[in-house]
Structure formats: C-alpha cells, structure tokens
Design a protein around this ligand. Structure first.
Ligand SMILES: NC(=O)c1ccc[n+]([C@@H]2O[C@H](COP(=O)([O-])OP(=O)(O)OC[C@H]3O[C@@H](n4cnc5c(N)ncnc54)[C@H](O)[C@@H]3O)[C@@H](O)[C@H]2O)c1
Length: 305
C-alpha cells in the first residue's frame, strides 16, 4: 500500500490539504488543477501546511504538479477528485479519469452533496468509484466518510479504508449513497432545531450557541450521542423521546426564517450580520479560536502517534 501512487485533481481549499496528507506520509502525489494560478500557488500553500504542523519538509519532494490531467493520473493507484461542486464539472473529470487513469485505479470523489452514483455514471468500470468525504480543513480533521454507492465493490471500500487508516486519517464506512452521508445529516438535523428555536422566539442565537458549547457539546468530542445514551440507559432516552420527539421541528423545507435572512442579505460574518451581529474583530476572533483549537488537536495527535 505504501508504494501506492496518489493523484489529486483540484488544488483548491480541499485538494491542497489532501495532497499534503499523502505527501507528508511518504506517498508520491501528483496534483493537477485546471486553473494555472491555483496550480502555481499550490507548492507554497502545501509548504505552509508542513510548517504549520511541524512536519518533515523532506515530504515536499513527494509532490509533482501537472497542468495536464492525463499525465497527473497516468500512473495513479488512487485518484482523489476535489474540483468544483457541480455535477457536470465532476462528470467531465471522471470521464477523463476513465480514459486516462490505469484501469484498476480507485477513483474517489470528495463531493459534499452530489450522489456518488451521479458522479460515477460516466465511468465504464464503476466498481472502482467511491466517495471520500473529507472535512475542512482535511489536514486538521481526521474523519473521512467513505461512501459506497450500489456499484462500488467491497474491495474498493477495503482498499480505500486501509489507505486512509495508514496515513492517520479516521475513515468510516457509509454503506448507502444518501444525501449528506452521516456527518452533514447530523449537523443539519441539529441546525434545523437551532433555527426553529430562534425563529419561534424561545431564545436568541447567542443562547443556542452557548447551550451547545457549554452544555452537551462540551462532551461531544469524547463521547458520542449513542455512547452517551448507552451510558445513561436507553430507558431514559425512550422516556425523553416519548415527550419530546413529537414537539421537535419538522418544517418540510428550509425554515422561512433562514430563507428570509438570506433574501435580506444577512448572510453571516462576511457582511456583519447573520443569525448574530458580527464586527470584523469578533469574526476574526472566532476564526483564530477555531484554527488554534484544530491545530493544537492535530499537533497533539501527531505527538501521540
Ligand atoms: N470547502 C469545504 O468546506 C468542503 C468540505 C468537504 C468537501 N468539499 C468538497 O470538495 C470539493 C472541492 O471544494 P473546495 O472547497 O476545495 O473548492 P475550491 O474552489 O477551493 O477548489 C476547487 C478547485 O478545482 C479546480 N477545478 C475546477 N474545475 C476543474 C477541472 N475541470 N479540472 C481540474 N480542476 C478543476 C478549481 O480551479 C479549484 O482550484 C467540492 O466538491 C466540495 O463540495 C468542500
């Protein structure tokens, strides 16, 4: 496996982080982007990740940069696609991979929302097509959702899981090609209720965030919701659900409160107003706090391993 050659298509926010993950772990990585300035800036952006995480810069020598997709994938064992989130763009890339990558190479898409079956339908040997949903930033967040479409073979799943585990990522097997996979379904189920609480005047947005961060969120990184249910006993979870479930928000589409905010241009930190008001300093403080937390966690993990 460690001799596997990796190609990454798309050198943007996600692609350069994915390239770093494999290059820093000793794999040969060929990176391609169709946009010349993005490809030109990729070496410097990847080098800065080596600096950020204190990784041995000898790994930089594992990287090659290709303006031509065909040469980037010519010898690949695994191809990770991280181009724009548009079905037609991803399908055009996969048609090219079908033509240019070795016939046994695994072809993985980092799509957030497009069904894997849609991305892979242009490929002849579809059992090698799979979803690998990394989280942003991929070099700091270890989870990867490995999504098996109906056509994806078990061998493709096993090889992908083994590759990701070998470079220190935490892959999980998503056995059905469903919208949002696992993580975004959970995240947006929570957001739906958060928005409804504010829209219905129960509390303001600051309070929702405080309840999550200083309440049950404080333990979420060390104990998952189902572990926690098992810990307190399923009888308690059932009793609470008997009272609560029917009362939870079931708005069938996006909440009108959210729709109205977007229509008014209140789209978040970038404009100073979203669910909450933001000064540029407050917005910068949140970004710094998040980045420091994730970098510290990644450095601590690297020290332990
Ligand atoms: N940003 C996130 O938080 C996040 C998280 C998980 C998954 N994703 C998914 O990852 C993928 C990439 O997202 P991103 O945030 O890195 O986007 P991005 O815009 O930063 O990067 C996409 C790159 O793809 C390149 N590109 C576009 N068409 C191309 C083509 N035909 N051939 C080669 N390169 C091409 C662009 O030039 C750009 O550099 C998307 O599918 C996105 O949904 C993003």
């Amino acid at each position: 496996m460690s001799n596997s050659r990796i190609a990454v298509i798309g050198a943007g926010l996600m692609g350069h982080g994915i390239a770093y993950i494999f290059a820093s772990a000793g794999y040969k990585v060929a990176l391609h982007d169709a946009h010349a300035p993005t490809l030109e800036s990729a070496p410097r952006r990847i080098e800065s990740l080596f600096e950020l995480l204190g990784t041995d810069k000898a790994g930089l020598a594992n990287l090659e940069y290709h303006a031509d997709i065909a040469t980037a994938v010519a010898n690949a064992d695994f191809v990770f696609e991280a181009v724009a989130e548009k079905p037609e763009v991803k399908q055009a890339v996969f048609a090219k991979l079908d033509e240019c990558a070795p016939v046994n190479a695994i072809l993985a898409t980092n799509t957030s929302a497009i069904p894997i079956r849609e991305v892979g339908k242009v490929v002849k040997k579809q059992q090698r097509v799979i979803g690998t949903h990394y989280w942003n930033p991929p070099h700091l967040i270890p989870l990867v959702e490995v999504v098996q479409a109906e056509f994806t073979s078990q061998d493709t799943v096993d090889r992908t899981m083994a590759l990701l585990t070998g470079v220190g990522m935490s892959p999980v097997h998503v056995k059905k090609d469903i919208p949002g996979f696992i993580g975004n379904r959970l995240q947006h189920a929570l957001k739906r209720e958060c928005i409804a609480l504010v829209a219905n005047g129960v509390c303001d947005a600051e309070t929702v965030d405080k309840v999550v961060k200083e309440g049950f969120g404080a333990r979420l990184a060390v104990i998952g919701p189902l572990e926690q249910s098992d810990m307190v006993g399923l009888g308690l979870t059932l009793d609470i659900h008997k009272v609560l479930i029917a009362d939870l928000d079931r708005t069938p589409g996006p909440d009108p409160f959210l729709v109205e905010k977007v229509a008014k241009g209140e789209t978040g930190m970038a404009v100073g107003q979203g669910f909450r008001k933001w000064t540029p300093e407050q917005a910068a403080e949140v970004r710094t706090r998040l980045n420091k937390f994730l970098v510290d966690a990644a450095r601590n993990k690297a020290k332990r391993s």
